[in-house]
Ligand binder design. Structure first.
Ligand SMILES: CCCCCCC/C=C/C(=O)SCCNC(=O)CCNC(=O)[C@H](O)C(C)(C)COP(=O)(O)OP(=O)(O)OC[C@H]1O[C@@H](n2cnc3c(N)ncnc32)[C@H](O)[C@@H]1OP(=O)(O)O
Ligand SMILES: NC(=O)C1=CN([C@@H]2O[C@H](COP(=O)(O)OP(=O)(O)OC[C@H]3O[C@@H](n4cnc5c(N)ncnc54)[C@H](OP(=O)(O)O)[C@@H]3O)[C@@H](O)[C@H]2O)C=CC1
Length: 267
């Protein structure tokens, strides 16, 4: 552990999508550094199980919540208020999409991905800011997006949604600086996590190709994303807001996704 063991002592964090994968790893890292944590996601049973495991490291509450539903997010804010009385850090990690060429995405599929990744992130940010960050005159938001620096062929819906979140981050960072609220993004490349298991062939083969194409020759690890979140969540980054930190082994500068997508299409 490279950060001070009490870095987040007395701090309260909400990690959306904290029941699995990257969100679970972020919650785990925050708890190990003294934070009190709340996690939410849609599926109650695995969420409860994750909270039980995480509670071995420190206080961890959970509540089922679909981030696309403002009323559910309001109830989550009330619960955090009654359990912990404050919120210092929001990690907007919940999200996802499905691989598809743009022409094959249905209207519903497009809307599901935009609602989850862009609208959901906005609802949670605004509601947590109104309940906690603005009245407290302090807060920190870290948005988990994806590397879509050069577009995202094969996942155009999520590329558009995450670009929206990146721009929203720049706007909120400026509007809320006066309330001592920082807002930043972490943009992972391909990370070995539960999320990748949701993809079937031929995407699995594509993932191997993407690994070979990566200049570091590998996919990323959940801890590497969590470490970036810890930095942005901590006073070590106190003069940093409105930015994006890539955790992608250089994919944002180098990878040729269109070539890889074409390879899958012709196989
Ligand atoms: C190609 C490169 C691969 C490497 C990528 C590496 C970078 C990124 C990695 C990750 O992000 S890993 C994390 C991934 N985890 C997830 O994606 C899990 C969560 N995902 C979801 O929950 C869904 O994708 C969702 C669509 C956002 C869920 O929304 P919802 O629950 O509302 O969906 P549904 O009601 O089931 O469907 C709505 C609509 O969407 C269509 N759809 C859903 N899945 C697919 C699919 N696999 N293929 C095509 N279409 C899909 C579904 O059919 C519905 O549309 P209609 O049929 O009604 O038109
Ligand atoms: N793994 C990777 O390579 C990369 C992942 N990312 C992003 O990082 C984040 C975490 O990914 P990862 O851990 O790998 O994947 P997971 O699929 O394991 O995590 C997604 C989490 O989001 C929750 N979630 C999804 N939709 C909603 C919703 N509407 N409301 C509340 N919670 C929701 C899910 O729980 P539930 O189903 O119970 O709602 C789940 O816990 C995602 O945003 C993902 O797109 C970005 C780049 C790369």
């Amino acid at each position: 552990m490279m950060y001070a063991a009490n870095l987040f002592e007395d701090k309260v964090a909400l990690v959306t999508g904290g029941r699995s994968g990257i969100g679970y790893g972020i919650a785990e890292a925050l708890l190990k550094l003294g934070a009190k944590v709340a996690i939410c996601s849609r599926k109650e049973a695995p969420l409860a199980e994750a909270a039980e495991q995480l509670s071995k490291l420190g206080p961890c509450r959970y509540q089922a919540c679909d981030i696309r539903d403002g009323a559910q997010v309001e109830r989550l804010a009330e619960r955090i208020k009654s359990e912990y009385g404050r919120l210092d850090l929001l990690v907007n990690n919940a999200g996802g999409q499905f691989p598809s060429l743009a022409r094959a995405i249905s209207d519903n599929g497009w809307n599901a991905v935009i609602n989850t990744n862009l609208n959901g992130t906005f609802y949670v940010s605004r509601i947590m800011a109104e309940h906690f960050f603005i009245p407290q005159a302090s807060g920190n938001i870290v948005n988990i997006i994806v590397n879509m620096a050069r577009g995202f062929p094969g996942m155009a819906h999520t590329g558009a949604a995450r670009a929206g979140v990146e721009n929203l981050t720049k706007s909120l960072a400026q509007e809320w600086a006066t309330y001592n609220v920082r807002v930043n993004c972490v943009a992972p490349g391909t990370i070995i996590s539960s999320g990748l298991h949701t993809y079937a062939e031929p995407v699995k083969a594509l993932l191997e190709e993407m690994k070979a194409d990566n200049l570091m020759g590998r996919h990323g690890r959940v801890e590497e994303v969590a470490n970036a979140v810890l930095f942005l969540a901590s006073p070590l980054s106190s003069y940093t807001s409105g930015t994006t930190l890539y955790v992608d082994g250089l994919d944002h500068l180098h990878s040729d996704r269109m070539r890889l997508v074409n390879g899958v299409r012709s196989s």
